[in-house]
Ligand binder design. Structure first.
Ligand SMILES: Cc1ncc(COP(=O)(O)O)c(C=O)c1O
Length: 397
């Protein structure tokens, strides 16, 4: 079966046209094996994890923990905390590590390129703790101002940076950022929501202290993600959610906590989602992600060039390490109108601020139209998209 045929949703039509799904930076589609794994769990093994001795509980626990094991193997990480997604993973660092390690006057370095989920938790902590936030600006060539970055490191305790921008597709110079940050003793958190789906990453060799990402951006289910943590940073964390499963003992006078990842996974976890994510991780081993990435970047670069020739302003540079994301604006055709016209012909694209308002403020705009590609997208779809855009421009500009 072809790769595309494994995705039921890609077989459907939208408004009488074949669906061309180009909103992958928001979420990706799920292959049948993921849907099957989740429904099989509910139909055959549904039970709560870690507690009961009966067979179903054993199967559920095994399924849930298999996801953690696969993540540890795939990304070479010693500690994998399962969260509801990137957002919760970053909030866990802010509350679990930040509250225990940051004092009034300590600096946290962020960038203007961050998604709101890597800005707002730090603003909340800054308000609570008097922590200073320093933002690294984005230059006109869509890269980070590394001179300002270096200058911002003095007294910094934590550096939070997005692996790959969800608006621009730009992959940041993470190796230099990690090296310089560690040289001043700062911990590093990478928001890899858009990085992990597109690149093979060895967390230990790569070297950050924390890395957050979501399953749903890599053909897995919504509602689940992970925080990879080095053993040293893990030991510096305190739980920020209390409840079942994360404790060792509880008396009316106090509680003791588990010492492994369960310490940070209070309550009934996302069991079906973990089983679905496991299936997605297994499925992804059937192709070479780096080869697919090179193909998609090539397509995105071609689309960007075609859109420029149609008079669009394109935001991003589409280099070999960047993601296959094309953000653009037409000088006269309104973005939402364009997205509606595209939807009428079966093309799904995103418009708006993409949860990155500081970046858009820096670019002097309030939103873009964004077409983002993933492994099931084809050159034919890209060509159909460009042809449709040509038609829209000729008709409405
Ligand atoms: C760069 C980046 N960070 C964080 C997030 C938040 O991910 P989630 O909503 O899965 O928690 C997203 C989602 O679009 C993203 O693109």
């Amino acid at each position: 079966m072809s790769l595309r045929d494994q995705f039921p949703i890609l077989q459907r039509e939208v408004n009488g046209y074949p669906l061309v799904y180009l909103d992958n930076a928001a979420t990706t589609q799920k292959p049948q094996v993921v849907l099957d794994a989740m429904s099989h769990y509910y139909a055959h093994s549904n039970a709560n994890v870690h507690r009961a001795v009966h067979t179903l509980a054993g199967e559920a626990t095994e399924g849930y923990e298999a996801c953690r094991t696969k993540l540890k193997q795939r990304y070479n990480a010693e500690r994998v905390i399962i969260t509801s997604g990137t957002t919760e993973a970053i909030n866990l660092v802010a509350h679990g590590w930040g509250r225990a390690n940051l004092q009034k006057g300590d600096a946290v370095v962020l960038t203007e390129m961050e998604h709101h989920s890597d800005i707002v938790p730090w603003q909340m902590l800054a308000e609570e703790r008097g922590v200073e936030l320093r933002y690294v600006p984005v230059l006109p060539d869509f890269t980070l101002d590394m001179d300002v970055f270096s200058a911002s490191l003095e007294g910094a305790k934590l550096v939070c940076v997005v692996h790959t921008s969800n608006v621009l597709g730009v992959r940041n110079p993470l190796e230099a950022i990690i090296e310089q940050s560690h040289a001043v003793g700062a911990r590093v958190l990478i928001d890899a929501a858009q990085g992990v789906p597109h690149a093979s990453i060895d967390f230990t060799e790569f070297g950050p202290d924390f890395m957050a990402f979501s399953a749903h951006k890599m053909c897995g289910p919504t509602g689940i993600g992970a925080l990879l943590v080095t053993p040293a940073a893990f030991d510096e964390m305190q739980p920020f959610m209390g409840g079942g499963d994360m404790i060792e003992t509880v008396t009316v006078d106090g509680s003791t906590y588990q010492t492994n990842e369960h310490k940070f996974e209070a309550g009934t976890p996302r069991i079906a989602e973990a089983i679905g994510w496991s299936a997605a991780l297994d499925w992804m081993t059937s192709f070479d992600l780096d080869v697919e990435h090179a193909r998609l970047v090539d397509i995105a670069g071609w689309v960007a060039q075609q859109l420029r020739e149609l008079g669009m302003t394109v935001y991003g540079r589409h280099g070999p390490d960047d993601a296959a994301v094309v953000s653009f604006l037409h000088p006269t055709i309104n973005s939402d109108d364009m997205a509606h016209l595209l939807d009428a012909r079966g093309f799904a694209v995103r418009t708006g601020h993409h949860c990155a308002q500081p970046l858009l403020q820096r670019l002097g705009i309030s939103g873009t139209v964004r077409a983002s590609f993933y492994i099931y997208n084809t050159r034919d779809e890209a060509e159909a998209f460009v042809a449709e855009m040509k038609d829209i421009v000729e008709t409405f500009a």
